[in-house]
Design a protein around this ligand. Structure first.
Ligand SMILES: Cc1cc2nc3c(=O)[nH]c(=O)nc-3n(C[C@H](O)[C@H](O)[C@H](O)COP(=O)(O)OP(=O)(O)OC[C@H]3O[C@@H](n4cnc5c(N)ncnc54)[C@H](O)[C@@H]3O)c2cc1C
Ligand SMILES: Cc1cc2nc3c(=O)[nH]c(=O)nc-3n(C[C@H](O)[C@H](O)[C@H](O)COP(=O)(O)O)c2cc1C
Length: 481
């Protein structure tokens, strides 16, 4: 028995196969490009010559500060003529340590003394019973943290104590840095030059903000009547000149307004981080900011100013910050599982806008229509009627096929209160299928209220080993705060 052959179906199948082939090739090319860039950066620092100490600078970093300082540290050692390697702590294991004679660890701390994401795999070694003896190793630790948290520099302290327990010799005492305090960081570079022969880095300063100025171009309350605090959609633009370049996943640092004082009554100059909710093609830099209320009912310094006090048109000082751990990286052609809550919508929305089929798509030949690599959004908030930020846009993306799935959880839903991690458990088998098909997972939003439970749920759904593999492959990325 024979079936009539529809030539259009044949062409469509061929077009889809070609598009798929192109997609696979571009994943491979993107990976090669990144690997080449990494090797180039590495080779510029030089390799140790025979007989010389083998020096490793390892960083544990979530929002990039420790990583930035690691590269500066490597630079100062390299300028003194030393061969240096730089890598995330996650790449450090017993075999790596066996090859190294000097180790510089620069790491931040999150949660309750926990490691940042680029050090979670390394943290497992700290509890291992068969950890290696490190008697031939010299080391120094720069621990970044914030005294507002109970476990100040907790993870840096843990790594330092572990190195000492394993027999390594400190080159100098651990240096702890509160809120990127420049004096402490300068101290680190001075110690490096005294004890490790590094070239002194005079006048180290945090990356400056863009003093040329930005303007608040628009502000909209998104959740009027919500049981939670107001969430505002903000649009910012440079006062003069073009928008700077950034990628989905990046952050901005916004300076407190002139004259702001901190709780101790001293000038508050510490910039606050916000996830960017748009891409440069949108023409403006969008944010999603929730008004923070302090215990005494006053508004938080920067969120209060952005959400309540700054007039539309008013100037502000900000800096756009690359946030590589939450960028698309090698995942540009992969399906994305996006998970978040509250203002975490910001970072997820930037990734969705970067993929918006009306702008970017793989268009196969013969007019078969754009191929959109789909995303699946799990999002949690409080009230189902009020708190689905950017509701219309999400529904338009469902209609266009960009959002293949939209699973929502509202904690104040009178019919069925739920949290986002419950939705992950309910959809376990489909999630496993997506991951088998190559999906990457992006989590954005609160660290305490959401990310830890989501991590647990993913561990249950996928298995701990698979989640670790995804992390190693850059397919599990988080912007959590
Ligand atoms: C990587 C990153 C991305 C972020 N993205 C966003 C975003 O997209 N949208 C958004 O609205 N906010 C975001 N934030 C939070 C934002 O940076 C500010 O912390 C928030 O707006 C409060 O600042 P404020 O100046 O209004 O409050 P402040 O005047 O700084 O007061 C905040 C009060 O809360 C306390 N506090 C500070 N941090 C915490 C904490 N984590 N947990 C509990 N208490 C704390 C302080 O001790 C202080 O009393 C992000 C933070 C990080 C680190
Ligand atoms: C959500 C969150 C949790 C944090 N938890 C801690 C903590 O428990 N202890 C601490 O010392 N610092 C804590 N910090 C401060 C960071 O460690 C500090 O800002 C550091 O400079 C960040 O460096 P990174 O960009 O390399 O990750 C926390 C910061 C955030 C945003």
């Amino acid at each position: 028995m024979s079936f009539p052959v529809d030539p259009m179906r044949g062409w469509t199948a061929l077009a889809l196969l070609t598009a798929y082939g192109l997609m696979c090739a571009s994943i491979w090319w993107a990976h090669r490009r990144r690997e080449r860039a990494r090797l180039l950066q590495q080779s510029q620092l030089g390799e140790a010559t025979a007989g010389e100490a083998r020096v490793l600078v390892a960083h544990g970093s979530q929002t990039g500060q420790a990583e930035q300082l690691a590269w500066r540290t490597a630079e100062s050692l390299h300028l003194a003529g030393r061969g240096v390697r730089v890598c995330p702590l996650n790449d450090v294991d017993a075999a790596v340590l066996a090859e190294v004679s000097e180790l510089y660890v620069i790491t931040s701390t999150y949660g309750e003394g926990d490691p940042p994401d680029s050090a979670v795999l390394f943290a497992d070694h700290l509890d291992a019973l068969d950890a290696p003896r490190l008697s031939g190793l010299k080391h120094a630790v720069l621990a970044l943290g914030d005294r507002e948290y109970e476990h100040f520099c907790g993870f840096g302290r843990r790594v330092d104590a572990w190195l000492a327990r394993q027999g390594a010799t400190p080159l100098f005492d651990r240096i702890e840095v509160n809120q990127l305090d420049e004096v402490a960081i300068r101290n680190w570079f001075e110690r490096l030059s005294m004890h490790a022969g590094a070239v002194a880095m005079a006048g180290w300063q945090a990356e400056p903000l863009d003093e040329a100025g930005w303007r608040l171009a628009d502000r909209r309350l998104l959740n009027e009547g919500s049981p939670g605090e107001g969430v505002f959609h903000l649009e910012l633009e440079p006062v003069d000149g073009p928008l700077p370049a950034w990628e989905a996943g990046d952050l901005v640092h916004i300076a407190p307004p002139q004259g702001a004082l901190n709780e101790a009554g001293a000038p508050d100059r510490l910039p606050r981080a916000y996830s960017i909710a748009s891409v440069p093609e949108d023409g403006r830099l969008h944010l999603l900011v929730r008004l923070r209320r302090l215990a005494d009912g006053r508004a938080g310094c920067v969120s209060g100013w952005l959400c309540l006090h700054a007039a539309v048109g008013e100037r502000l000082t900000l800096g756009v910050r690359a946030h590589p751990v939450f960028r698309i990286g090698d995942n540009a052609e992969r399906r994305l599982l996006l998970v978040g809550n509250g203002t975490g919508m910001a970072g997820l929305r930037a990734h969705l806008r970067a993929r918006d089929p009306s702008r970017t798509s793989v268009r196969p030949a013969h007019g078969a229509g754009p191929v959109v690599v789909p995303c699946w959004l799990f999002f949690g908030e409080r009230d189902p009627q009020i708190d689905l930020h950017h509701r219309d846009e999400l529904h338009a993306w469902q209609a266009s096929g960009l959002l293949a799935g939209l699973d929502l959880a509202f904690s104040r839903d009178p019919a069925a209160p739920a949290y986002v991690q419950q939705r992950l458990m309910e959809r376990a088998s489909d999630i496993r299928d997506w991951v088998k098909q190559g999906a990457a997972i992006y989590v954005c939003g609160s660290l305490n209220g959401m990310a830890a439970s989501v991590d647990e749920a993913l561990r249950e759904v996928l298995g701990g080993d698979t989640l670790l593999t995804l992390q190693r492959e850059g397919r599990y990325r988080r912007d959590v705060y």
